[in-house]
Design a protein around this ligand. Structure first.
Ligand code: IPM
Ligand code: MN
Length: 345
């Protein structure tokens, strides 16, 4: 049988707990031999050594087929240190430009929306968030800090190259789906330069996909649509920061952050892509067996699909769907949920 060389970063808080369940399901479903290497990265290492992501570790990560990440972040570490030097550094260095975040309301899952009224045909959308540009590039600075004349900039970087590759990826994903619809979210009435670049890119790339329809919504109006008519969305493409925000709301309306999976994807399979739940490290419930591992397990399904193991991926998603359909209000522990889903694959 083939082998999946997997780098595992449990990370902080509930990260290691949910990752353990993801690995349990991966072992249960896959014919491949899963060779894993665990990397101790996150708050513990930073406190102990001052290191976030040593260059040697980054080089080792490159040698894997994929990376499974739990969560990064801890209140004991200054804000931004682990986020920028560890999580974003991996995304940037491995050129994870397609940040893929599906949001699907599974049968039996409660939504805060009155779904029967606002989404009678269900919610099944995927956000293709650009992952390497926008205001995330760290292109900014501050002057006269702490004075009444303080000034701060945080420049959003948008290249034609960066927009075009993610827009083309999003069109291809839309083409493979039933509704074949793509929506660009931006704010071109105010952010004219970047907005114009993105709109033109969608128009031009869209011509290569005549069977895919496309439209546009301002990001603020899109928040209203997500709450009042989420069924209108199929594939959403947007920049890094808008994508960060829209995916939290998309998760909220499809059962919450405990179910939201993501892939930080470099379509070049010779570079490892990284799969992680959208949620954070939740230090308040760490170590108590309360975390829902479902988002991590669905991230494992995305990992399998990315590696071309579509059948195994579909089995994981079906097992999650079956578990969610029967879940009801019974409180189960992290391992109980992982066991139940592993037993179904
Ligand atoms: C996410 C997170 C990260 C992001 C943070 C932790 C850097 O919010 O994965 O959505 O903004 O991308
Ligand atoms: Mn986020």
């Amino acid at each position: 049988a083939d082998t999946i060389n997997l780098a595992v970063i449990g990370g902080d808080g509930i990260g290691p707990e949910v990752v353990a369940e993801g690995l349990k399901v991966l072992d249960a479903v896959s014919d491949a031999k899963v060779e894993r290497t665990e990397y101790d990265l996150g708050a513990r290492r930073w406190h102990a050594t001052g290191e976030t992501l040593p260059d040697s570790v980054l080089e080792e990560l490159r040698g894997h087929d994929a990376i499974l990440l739990g969560a990064i972040g801890d209140p004991s570490v200054p804000s931004g240190v682990l986020e920028r030097q560890l999580l974003l550094r991996i995304r940037f260095e491995l050129d994870h430009h397609v940040n893929l975040r599906p949001a699907k309301l599974f049968p039996g899952v409660a939504s805060p929306l009155d779904v029967a009224r606002v989404a009678p045909d269900g919610i099944d959308l995927v956000v293709v968030r650009e992952g390497t540009e926008g205001p995330y590039t760290g292109n900014g600075g501050a002057l006269r800090v702490g004075t009444p004349n303080e000034l701060a900039t945080e420049v959003s970087v948008n290249t034609r190259f960066g927009a075009e590759r993610v827009v083309r990826d999003a069109f291809a994903r839309a083409q493979a789906r039933e509704r074949k619809k793509l929506t660009l979210l931006h704010k071109h009435n105010v952010l004219s330069y970047a907005g114009h670049l993105w709109r033109r890119t969608v128009e031009e790339v869209g011509a290569e996909f005549p069977d895919v329809s496309h439209d546009y919504a301002h990001i603020d109006a899109a928040m209203i649509y997500l709450a009042t008519d989420p069924g209108r969305f199929d594939v959403i493409v947007t920049d890094n920061l808008f994508g960060d925000i829209v995916t939290d709301l998309a998760a909220a309306v499809t059962g919450g952050i405990g179910l939201a999976a993501s892939g930080n994807i470099n379509p070049d399979r010779s570079v490892p892509s990284m799969f992680e739940p959208v949620h954070g490290s939740a230090p308040d419930i760490a170590g108590q067996g309360k975390a829902d591992p479902t988002a991590t397990i669905l991230s494992v399904a995305m990992l399998l699909q990315h590696l071309g193991r579509d059948e195994e991926s579909a089995r994981v998603e079906a097992a999650v769907a079956a578990d969610l359909a029967e879940r009801g209000s019974a409180v189960r522990s992290t391992t109980q949920i992982g066991d139940a889903i592993a037993a179904r694959v």
